[in-house]
Design a protein around this ligand. Structure first.
Ligand code: HT7
Ligand code: ZN
Length: 869
């Protein structure tokens, strides 16, 4: 298939100023009439009006009320309308079939509800339209349907009118005064319960907030509502951004391809990011809900009011909005812990993508299927790129840039270059070189070395940067890389960082900006043995190459003032020990690691959440990342051995922590209480890893006595993953207790799918026949098959290929049901070349089988072709 290229962007030949849509709703057959006010774009060469559409049954096409001559081209899914004057009203009428739509893009059915998903190119599955984000129109929408089946009828904007029709039908008219791209369009129709509240903006406008769910879940919406109100207040405070309409709606659905969607004033959410109560949601769920609610709300300005010119600019809205939601969570909870979690997530998910067959810049250059580019690179690395603006310009400078961005571009569809220019112009800064971050592929490396210049009495830090080998990196040149540095003295106290030639003592953390391939920085008044702490706060999305001794890593892990630096040091130390164990070396620094963990446990009362982050080992998947060939069994065995050692050697301290962290007051999902639970559950897991005698008894007691899902799930996981006595009872109890709760059953599936035992393959096969499992439900696919393929390398890479076969079979089916979800799963075969010959051949076989499939979706084809290349 021919890819779309970024360089080939052309402005649209036609604008659409306004659309009137009419929906005659029915699950089997919905009729959609569209009246578009179109206008020729005088700035481009004349072309006939060309509309996009997919799977539409066209009934009528008219120009200004008269039948039009048109050409429907199935191959490129377009409708070319001949003879449209400079300005005209173009009417189309089509029929679509929501019930048959298993891809969950366009108009589809979830339970008894009808709803839409339009980003990126789903609007064309609803009606003929120039379905591209730079065509922005106002929408007026009339929904009509059976009153009993669809008592609630929602669309974007304000409700203008409702009324009764014949035959038990009714209607509602919605008007959205803000011009928007078609991907932000939405409707929802169904029998839904409502939780209502209000928010008064700082300029005194009252906004009606309404959350909708299926009636049985109405009691689980409060946390999401509170999160929304916090988000609205935070965006006013931090960025001066107020909500602009009188209503804001959120609807929860169980059938959704991603997390949530920021449709103008009608956000649609995967139920897992809305519904929560103490019995069914973990603390992590509570935090994720708060952050996704914030993310979608923040899109109202960064994405909706100012949108993307084309899909290559996706990071303009996504990178920026992820940065904003990360900052929000940092403010609501613990900034240090949040930073660690974001970076660790980047390393676990984005680094492999950056090193894999689908590697692309944060602003991709080409795509076949845009849905494949909603990636960790565009989102998470994109957020790190945005964070670098703030690091370079300071918080106030960043705010000035944001203000100018909105002043210049409100109501427009723009590019990443427009954003960068606003940042530069608002601060009188030169950010030309910064543009390279948008073009480079792969994770850059910064090599650092230090030496002491005796004669000058200066400590010298040398930094050099390097991009990975990739054809697209050939003409990039040096990046602009902010590197925050600090130094510790021999008592592990921070030292002022003063550059040679400066008269006053510098700060404890200093920002260096590396703009050349190599640079040397000279510091005065530092002792020769000062311990460098580099890339504090993870100030740039790079790999840092510096040769710390294990002892120095332990010092940084214990005493650096920067939480991220502490976490990274601990991570490196454990990777070093694990590396030695994997290679079968007898000499290793496990004792040092045990000491460092003991110190963390000892001081964990101060910040249990940070302690929980520090007391973790890299996963088998992360350890496999940089290895070639990968020996999964050896990695897993080393990890089990080290966890066992840590569990045994720290047993007393762990027991003591488990006891002292027991709850004393009322349950709350808030930070301190959640942090206490978190560390307590880490302690329980380690005790089980250590094979401590009464681990089974403790875990069962913890399971039975749990009054919240965090504890119950942690105990359940410990029992099942360590195959402790009581695991079978817990499996049965959990299943029976939560049989009616789809979201909790997802957890039940995921725990079994991630048991790092080769028999997990057979369990997954069996569970696919469970009454609660559906292959056409993305949450179920993700929790059982996705968790197995992505988070259980031990079982997925089973030597006889049973794991590959299972995932290959599922992919074959998913390709027909939901290619978008299938394509994500297909990336589990990306590293097939890094395994031993037998495994490698078996993985390749699955990829080839898929590639040979007749009618393979472009989504899966793009992933499979890249992997096989
Ligand atoms: N902007 C949205 C991205 C999206 C999506 C959401 C739900 C289903 C399909 C989707 N395709 C793309 C979500 C976000 O980043 O906020
Ligand atoms: Zn987003």
């Amino acid at each position: 298939r021919t890819p779309v290229l970024r360089q080939e962007y052309r402005p649209p030949a036609w604008w659409v100023d306004h659309v009137e849509l009419e929906f005659d709703l029915d699950a089997t057959e919905t009729r959609v009439t569209s009246r578009m006010s179109v206008r020729r774009n005088p700035e481009v060469d004349a072309e006939p009006l060309t509309l996009s559409g997919a799977g539409l049954e066209t009934k009528r096409v008219e120009i200004d009320g008269e039948p039009a001559k048109f050409d429907e081209r199935g191959a490129d899914e377009t409708l070319v309308v001949e003879g449209v004057p400079e300005r005209a009203e173009v009417t189309t009428e089509v029929v679509v079939h929501p019930e048959r739509n298993t891809a969950l893009e366009g108009l589809y059915k979830s339970g008894a509800m009808l709803l839409t998903q339009c980003e990126a190119e789903g609007f064309r599955k609803i009606t003929w339209f120039p379905d591209r984000p730079d065509v922005m129109a106002t929408y007026r929408v009339r929904l009509a349907g059976d009153r009993e089946r669809f008592p609630v009828l929602l669309s974007n904007g304000n409700c203008m009118e409702t009324g009764e029709l014949d035959d038990g039908r009714h209607f509602a008219v919605w008007n959205d005064p803000f011009p928007k791209p078609s991907y932000l369009f939405a409707i929802v129709a169904g029998e839904l319960s409502e939780l209502a509240d209000t928010f008064t903006t700082r300029s005194g406008r009252e906004v009606a907030l309404k959350f909708y769910s299926e009636p049985e879940n109405i009691g689980q919406l409060d946390h999401a509502m509170e999160s929304l109100k916090k988000s609205m207040a935070w965006d006013e405070e931090r960025f001066g951004l107020e909500y602009d309409l009188d209503v804001f709606h959120v609807v929860a659905t169980h059938d959704f391809n991603m997390g949530a969607m920021e449709n103008k004033s009608l956000n649609i959410f995967n139920a897992r990011y809305v519904l929560a109560d103490r019995e069914t949601a973990t603390d992590a769920d509570y935090e994720a809900i708060e952050s996704v609610i914030a993310h979608e709300y923040f899109h109202n300005w960064t994405g909706n009011r100012v949108t993307c010119r084309d899909w290559f600019q996706l990071t303009l809205k996504e990178g920026l909005t992820v940065f904003r939601d990360q900052e929000f969570t940092a403010d609501m909870r613990s900034p240090g812990v949040k930073r660690i979690q974001d970076v660790s997530d980047l390393m676990a998910r984005q680094f492999p993508e950056d090193a894999g067959p689908m590697a692309h810049p944060v602003r991709p250059e080409r795509y076949v299927e845009i849905n494949n580019f909603y990636t960790a690179t565009v989102y998470e690395k994109g957020a790190q790129v945005v964070r670098m603006y703030e690091t370079l310009l300071g918080r106030d400078g960043f705010r000035r840039g944001m203000d100018l961005y909105f002043e210049r571009h409100d109501g427009q569809a723009v590019t990443c270059d427009d954003f960068r220019r606003a940042m530069a112009d608002a601060n009188d800064a030169d950010l030309e070189q910064f543009e390279r971050w948008y073009r480079q592929v792969g994770t850059p490396t910064v090599e650092a070395s230090t030496r002491y210049d005796e004669s000058a009495g200066e400590l010298v830090l040398e930094l050099a940067q390097r991009l990975p080998e990739h054809p697209d990196n050939r003409n990039i040149g040096a990046l602009m890389i902010p590197v925050k540095v600090g130094f510790l003295d021999t008592d592990n106290r921070p030292l002022p960082v003063t550059l040679s030639g400066e008269s006053e003592a510098g700060p404890e953390t200093r920002l260096l900006v590396l703009t050349d391939e190599k640079a040397e920085y000279r510091f005065r008044d530092l002792p020769a043995d000062a311990l460098p702490s580099l890339l504090r706060d993870y100030s740039a999305p790079v790999k840092l190459d510096y040769d710390w001794s294990s002892r120095d890593l332990a010092r940084l892990a214990g005493f650096d003032s920067d939480p991220f630096s502490r976490w990274r040091a601990m991570r490196r130390l454990s990777e070093r020990v694990l590396g030695d164990l994997i290679e079968g070396r007898d000499e290793h620094d496990a004792e040092l690691l045990i000491e460092a963990w003991a110190a963390v446990l000892d001081g964990s009362g101060e910040d249990p959440a940070l302690a929980a982050e520090l007391l973790s080992l890299p996963s088998v998947g992360e350890l496999a990342q940089d290895r070639d060939p990968v020996d999964i069994e050896a990695i897993h065995a080393a990890r089990v051995e080290l966890l066992g050692l840590l569990g045994r050697r720290l047993e007393n301290a762990l027991r003591e922590r488990f006891d002292t962290l027991a709850p004393t007051g009322e349950w709350s999902s808030e930070g301190p209480d959640a942090a206490r639970r978190r560390l307590r559950n880490v302690a329980l897991g380690l005790l089980a890893s250590g094979g401590c005698d009464d681990a089974a008894e403790w875990a069962s007691k913890h399971y039975d006595g749990a009054d919240n899902m965090t504890d119950r799930l942690a105990a359940f996981r410990t029992l099942v993953h360590h195959e402790l006595e009581g695991a079978q009872d817990a499996l049965a109890d959990f299943e029976q207790r939560f049989a009616d709760d789809q979201l909790v059953m997802d957890k039940w599936f995921a725990v079994q799918a991630t048991r790092s035992d080769e028999r997990a393959v057979d369990d997954v096969r069996r569970l696919m026949d469970h009454a609660a499992f559906r292959l056409n439900n993305p949450n179920k696919v993700r929790s059982l098959i996705g968790a197995f393929a992505m988070m259980n390398p031990v079982a997925f890479h089973r030597a006889d290929g049973a794991g590959y076969k299972l995932v290959g079979e599922v992919l074959d089916k998913l390709d027909d049901i939901n290619p978008q979800v299938g394509a994500r799963l297909a990336t589990s075969f990306n590293r097939w070349r890094a395994y031993d010959d037998k495994r490698s051949a078996m993985m390749k076989e699955q990829l080839q089988k898929l590639a040979a499939k007749k009618g393979l979706s472009p989504d899966i084809e793009e992933i499979v072709t890249a992997a096989l290349k």
